[in-house]
Design a protein around this ligand. Structure first.
Ligand code: AMP
Ligand code: GLY
Length: 423
């Protein structure tokens, strides 16, 4: 194989992780990224088409003559990027717009789960302010209130305060015209990323994100403040139940739909104390920061896996993972997840660790190159420090060693990533 040219769409830490993974793939000759970030520019050629410009990306893919487009974020998928690429006979890793509705519309995702008997929380959709009080009475608190919009994990309120619940419900009805209220699922969360096409599927090692901004899960939800993989909460028995009760029926449904699903189905799980998994959410892409801790675990050539799924012949590839642990700790801008301060200089981001089997390095997310060397913050999640090691403890130690050496005014990170998995 002489190697293919690949275009990665997106600009976060996940896309930097994808670009690094592809750069280590024998099947890949060159990597392009649009719009990319300061990290992707180190392993790929960045282009300046934003991920909202669907026709611009299609034209870029045609001009570059790439054999594969890997779509990182959900918005271009919901907006039909993969549909358009396939019309041009360009293989795309990422579902068509109908498949992307699993993330684009929580109401749609719930309807599919109900029709397939997949375990998930009971929910109701409210459109009238007058219905708020009686609906709150029909659910136990804490109340889970979800705006049904793409909100990067930030459109959800979980609260036991009736006042706060009423405010969240009425705000959402005023903005969107409707809102969802959902049964609270107790337990521990985990993410199972499933790469699939009509020929088969591969479940990646389970990971665990940390969605709240503060230590020990205090404060508001974010896009994700750190992750590790494999996550021991997903025991062999939890994994088997997840496969049987969730992944198998979803794969059966998606492979038989009009246009097959080719990409990643992200299964956001809640695992109760008896080890029963329920679906908290589906996403139609790799998670961020879950990608930063699962892509480094690929033993099989990542380019080959993604191309095979994009072409519908994933079943022909035997996918293997390394027996190592990965952890990543996110460094966020001052104010995140609220109003953020950006445009600040970042120092110490280029530190690496390479000691025996322990590796440490930075995945860049919201940062741009200021001059030939310097980096400036440009987003809420600026970067994450990643460790890869024979044990989770060593992987976390490498992540924290790197992040402690990074200087960015006003920035913050969680000090407890991985706490649930450590003795
Ligand atoms: P979502 O955007 O649906 O992933 O929700 C964001 C976060 O809110 C999840 O990762 C959970 O931490 C929390 N959450 C959402 N739905 C529920 C639920 N039904 N029960 C408990 N926590 C939930
Ligand atoms: N880390 C959560 C997500 O990617 O949705």
């Amino acid at each position: 194989m002489t190697g293919i040219d690949v275009l990665v769409v997106g600009s976060g830490g996940r896309e930097h992780a994808l670009a690094i993974g592809l750069s280590k793939s024998d099947s890949v000759l060159s990597i392009h990224c649009t719009p990319g970030n300061a990290g992707t520019s180190m392993v790929a050629t960045n282009h300046d088409v934003p991920d909202s410009d669907i026709e611009g990306i299609v034209n870029l893919a045609k001009d570059l003559g790439v054999s594969l487009v890997v779509v990182g974020p959900e918005a271009p998928l919901v907006n039909g990027l993969s549909d358009r690429l396939r019309q041009e006979s360009i293989p795309s890793f990422g579902p068509h717009s109908e498949g992307a509705l699993l993330e684009g519309s929580k109401t749609y995702a719930k309807a599919i789960m109900q029709s397939l008997g997949i375990p998930t929380g009971r929910f109701e959709r409210i459109e009238e302010i007058d219905a708020i009080e009686s609906t709150l009475d029909s659910f136990e608190h804490p109340w889970v209130i979800k705006r049904d919009v793409l909100a990067g994990g930030k459109g959800v309120t979980v609260t036991s305060s009736r006042e706060e619940a009423i405010e969240a419900l009425s705000d959402a009805i005023q903005i969107d015209g409707f809102v969802l209220i959902e049964e609270f699922l107790p337990g521990e969360e985990a993410s199972v990323l499933v790469i699939m096409d009509e020929s088969g599927y591969v479940m990646l090692p389970a990971s665990q994100d940390h969605k709240r901004v503060g230590n020990y899960d205090e404060g508001p939800n974010t896009g994700g403040m750190g992750a590790y993989a494999p996550a021991p909460i997903v025991t062999p028995s939890v994994l088997a139940r997840t496969r049987e009760e969730i992944v198998e029926p979803m794969h059966h449904h998606l492979r038989n739909s009009n246009t097959p699903y080719r990409g990643c189905l992200y299964v956001g799980l809640m695992i109760d104390e008896d080890g029963a998994p329920s679906v908290v959410e589906f996403n139609v892409r790799l998670g961020d920061p879950e990608a930063q801790v699962t892509i480094p675990l690929f033993h099989t050539d990542l380019g080959l896996v993604l191309l095979s799924a994009a072409q519908g012949n994933l079943a022909d590839v035997e996918v293997e993972f390394k027996k190592v642990h990965a952890a990543t700790v996110v460094l966020a801008s001052e104010g995140y997840p609220g109003d953020i301060s950006t445009g600040r200089e970042i120092l110490g981001w280029d530190a690496t660790i390479e000691e025996g089997q322990v590796l440490g390095f930075v995945h860049i997310a919201g940062a741009i190159s200021k001059d030939s060397e310097g980096l400036t913050s440009s987003g809420g999640r600026v970067l994450s420090a990643t460790g890869i090691a024979p044990t989770l403890a060593e992987a976390l130690e490498a992540s924290y060693q790197i992040i402690e050496g990074i200087d960015l005014e006003g920035s913050h990170y969680r000090k407890d990533i991985g706490f649930r998995a450590l003795p």
